[in-house]
Design a protein around this ligand. Structure first.
Ligand code: FES
Length: 93
Protein backbone atom coordinates (compact mmCIF):
# COMPACT_ATOMS: atom_id res chain seq x y z
CA UNK A 1 0.00 0.00 0.00
CA UNK A 2 1.29 3.46 -0.89
CA UNK A 3 1.62 5.68 2.15
CA UNK A 4 0.88 9.38 2.37
CA UNK A 5 3.74 11.87 2.46
CA UNK A 6 4.45 13.30 5.90
CA UNK A 7 7.40 15.40 4.79
CA UNK A 8 7.19 17.24 1.50
CA UNK A 9 10.41 18.73 0.16
CA UNK A 10 10.22 21.14 -2.75
CA UNK A 11 13.47 22.33 -4.29
CA UNK A 12 13.42 25.34 -6.60
CA UNK A 13 15.11 24.48 -9.88
CA UNK A 14 14.48 27.81 -11.58
CA UNK A 15 17.42 29.28 -13.46
CA UNK A 16 18.91 31.32 -10.63
CA UNK A 17 18.60 28.57 -8.05
CA UNK A 18 19.99 26.06 -10.55
CA UNK A 19 22.99 28.31 -11.09
CA UNK A 20 23.39 28.52 -7.31
CA UNK A 21 23.47 24.73 -6.90
CA UNK A 22 19.86 23.57 -6.46
CA UNK A 23 20.35 20.44 -8.58
CA UNK A 24 23.34 19.38 -6.50
CA UNK A 25 21.31 19.92 -3.32
CA UNK A 26 18.40 17.99 -4.82
CA UNK A 27 20.66 15.07 -5.77
CA UNK A 28 22.31 15.02 -2.35
CA UNK A 29 18.94 14.90 -0.57
CA UNK A 30 17.68 12.19 -2.95
CA UNK A 31 20.79 10.10 -2.37
CA UNK A 32 20.80 10.59 1.40
CA UNK A 33 17.20 9.34 1.77
CA UNK A 34 17.15 7.07 -1.31
CA UNK A 35 14.30 9.08 -2.85
CA UNK A 36 12.78 9.24 -6.31
CA UNK A 37 11.38 12.56 -7.49
CA UNK A 38 7.58 12.53 -7.22
CA UNK A 39 7.31 9.24 -5.28
CA UNK A 40 6.60 8.91 -1.57
CA UNK A 41 9.34 6.91 0.15
CA UNK A 42 8.72 4.20 2.73
CA UNK A 43 9.49 6.70 5.48
CA UNK A 44 6.95 9.19 4.10
CA UNK A 45 9.21 11.68 2.32
CA UNK A 46 8.20 13.20 -1.00
CA UNK A 47 10.66 15.31 -2.98
CA UNK A 48 9.63 17.39 -5.96
CA UNK A 49 11.13 20.06 -8.17
CA UNK A 50 9.57 23.50 -8.03
CA UNK A 51 9.65 26.31 -10.55
CA UNK A 52 10.94 29.77 -9.65
CA UNK A 53 9.11 31.26 -6.69
CA UNK A 54 10.35 34.80 -7.42
CA UNK A 55 12.76 34.90 -4.49
CA UNK A 56 15.88 34.53 -6.62
CA UNK A 57 18.31 36.84 -4.80
CA UNK A 58 18.15 34.57 -1.76
CA UNK A 59 20.18 31.72 -3.30
CA UNK A 60 18.79 28.20 -3.42
CA UNK A 61 15.35 28.10 -1.90
CA UNK A 62 13.78 24.93 -0.59
CA UNK A 63 10.38 24.37 0.99
CA UNK A 64 9.85 21.74 3.66
CA UNK A 65 6.19 21.18 4.43
CA UNK A 66 5.49 24.62 3.00
CA UNK A 67 8.08 26.57 4.99
CA UNK A 68 10.83 28.28 3.02
CA UNK A 69 14.49 27.69 3.80
CA UNK A 70 16.98 29.93 2.05
CA UNK A 71 20.70 29.47 1.68
CA UNK A 72 20.78 26.51 4.04
CA UNK A 73 23.49 23.91 3.79
CA UNK A 74 22.80 20.28 2.97
CA UNK A 75 23.72 19.39 6.55
CA UNK A 76 21.21 21.88 8.01
CA UNK A 77 18.44 20.64 5.74
CA UNK A 78 19.08 17.01 6.65
CA UNK A 79 19.04 17.89 10.36
CA UNK A 80 15.68 19.62 9.95
CA UNK A 81 14.13 16.76 7.95
CA UNK A 82 15.38 14.23 10.52
CA UNK A 83 13.92 16.33 13.34
CA UNK A 84 10.55 16.39 11.57
CA UNK A 85 10.66 12.61 11.14
CA UNK A 86 11.50 12.06 14.81
CA UNK A 87 8.69 14.39 15.89
CA UNK A 88 6.23 12.61 13.60
CA UNK A 89 7.41 9.24 14.95
CA UNK A 90 6.88 10.40 18.56
CA UNK A 91 3.34 11.61 17.83
CA UNK A 92 2.48 8.30 16.17
CA UNK A 93 2.73 6.60 19.57
S1 FES B 1 15.04 30.55 -9.44
FE1 FES B 1 14.63 29.86 -7.45
S2 FES B 1 13.49 31.50 -6.59
FE2 FES B 1 13.83 32.11 -8.63
Amino acid sequence: MKRDAVTIIEVCVGLNCALSGSYLLLENIKTHYNLEIGSVSDNGILIVEKECVRDCPCGVIIFINGLAYKQKSFKDIIKYIDALSIRKHLYDY
